[in-house]
Write a protein that binds this ligand. Structure first.
Ligand code: F0G
Length: 433
């Protein structure tokens, strides 16, 4: 039996065929999700099968997304899969970061080890495969940089045309460079992410372009595999907490859905709690969860963690559900806290981009507040590679980093480069003396 698209709004739940190119419910305008038939899983057989696939030389088995294809909605279409061997990202112990975060132990699931250096690849392999299934030749997205890098790569790998829209001047060069190198037509628009998303939705409708933002339910399906793989790597022992950054809140939606499905099908018997961390200048979800009432967008989001510089996250209704169901938490962190946490993750020999470091900064606040206990089992998801934003790193370590309001970030953990003469004696003296 095939999966369907279902409206996420509980009072609607309208259903649509899996091969309809829709992003919102045509009945009520709500978000869409993939709904699977009820009794479809045999958890112990699938756990064994997924382990065995790690030894296989088949591309589809080597992918850390498609290895878990029984829980993805592509039955009958596996021959169309577009894969760059995404996923397969490590769990890394980080004692120094644990100490900084007020924990006995902390593990990072590092999505920066993906082919284009971010967690977006887990979703994009499914999004582009769905474009192929629907026979679409052109795909588009608006992005703070990582989605565009990923979409450009997967679209080119599949022979599709890709069109990228990014906020002019507000994404890192590493990410912009990837979109160009992978061959996307790249528009730098004089507007912020939220404004461009509205624009791109109009264009996608008008020109019949397939939209690959995280509003696309197939992206969310692919990102579920981050959780599948993490739990597989932990022999299906769920941690107490999973901590992740929140921007457009697609990943929060994906993680919650993955956990609910794994519980429903008997893979795990306890739901880890989700902790979502936002940057102070772009924290509409944090404010909403604190005060409830109406969801208010932030008109001019600001943060140096440009990946999460989003003021009107489309997936907030899903994220609300997932944080509530998992009895989770939402925190916000300052620019200084992100910068310091990032330097600590670097000192662990791990490294990540600024948005990812919000996790450790958030953990430090949540342990200080007693929300997370020091002996709890915590996995933080590092969403992007350290080399995504080298400019930020250089400025931090040379004491030149300023927050979006022009205030200097204190380079507390700076490791300044040293200018030296071409003289062995002088350098020896600098090293020894
Ligand atoms: N971390 C990184 C490195 C990101 O690139 C993003 C989002 C997030 C966290 C937040 O994830 O949106 O699912 O809550 N980047 C998107 C982009 C918006 O266009 O690349 P989210």
């Amino acid at each position: 039996m095939l999966a369907e698209l279902a409206c996420f709004e509980r009072q609607c739940r309208a259903r649509f065929p899996i091969d309809e190119a829709i992003y919102n419910c045509p009945v009520c305008g709500g978000l869409l999700e993939v709904a699977f038939p009820e009794d479809r899983a045999d958890s112990s057989a699938w756990k064994k099968l997924w382990r065995e696939r790690r030894l296989s030389n088949q591309g589809i088995d080597q992918s850390g997304v498609w290895r878990y294809r029984e829980l993805l909605p592509f039955d009958g279409h596996h021959h169309q899969v577009v894969s760059l061997r995404e996923g397969n990202t490590p769990l890394l112990d980080a004692p120094r970061a644990a100490q900084y975060g007020g924990l006995d132990r902390l593990t990072f699931k590092h999505q920066g080890f993906n082919p284009t250096g971010s967690f977006k690849d887990n979703g994009m392999t499914c999004g582009v495969t769905q474009a192929i299934r629907l026979d679409r030749r052109r795909v588009a997205c608006v992005s703070t940089g990582n989605t565009s890098a990923s979409m450009a790569a997967y679209a080119s790998a599949a022979g599709l045309d890709s069109i990228v829209f990014i906020p002019h001047g507000n994404i890192s060069y590493g990410k912009l460079a990837q979109a160009l190198e992978y061959g996307a037509r790249t528009f730098q628009v004089e507007a912020n992410f939220d404004q461009i998303l509205a624009l791109v939705r109009v264009l996608a409708d008008r020109l019949g372009i397939y939209l690959l933002n995280s509003i696309n339910p197939f992206r969310i399906e692919g990102q579920k595999s981050i959780i599948f793989e993490m739990l597989d790597q932990r022999d299906w022992n769920p941690p107490d907490w999973i901590v992740l950054p929140g921007g457009n809140l697609g990943n929060t939606s994906a993680f919650g859905k993955a956990l609910r499905e794994l519980c429903q099908y008997g893979f795990i018997h306890k739901l880890p709690r989700l902790a979502v961390i936002q940057a102070e200048g772009a924290a509409p979800f944090y404010e909403f969860m604190k005060c409830k009432g109406e969801f208010r967008a932030v008109a001019e989001p600001k943060t140096l963690a440009t990946a999460i510089r989003i003021g009107d996250p489309v997936s907030w209704p899903k994220a609300l559900h997932e944080v509530t169901v998992t009895n989770g938490s939402v925190e916000k962190v300052s620019e200084q806290e992100i910068a310091d946490a990032k330097a600590i993750i670097g000192q662990c020999g791990i490294g990540c981009e600024p948005a990812s470091a919000s996790t450790l900064a958030g953990i430090r606040k949540l342990t200080a507040a007693g929300t997370i206990g020091p002996d709890e089992d915590v996995v933080a998801v590092l969403t992007g590679n350290v080399l995504k934003d080298p400019d930020y790193i250089y400025r931090y370590h040379t004491g030149e980093l300023k927050d979006p309001d022009g205030r200097k970030i204190d380079a507390r953990l700076a490791n300044r480069p040293i200018v030296a003469p071409n003289d062995a004696d002088a350098i020896a003296k600098m090293l020894e003396g």
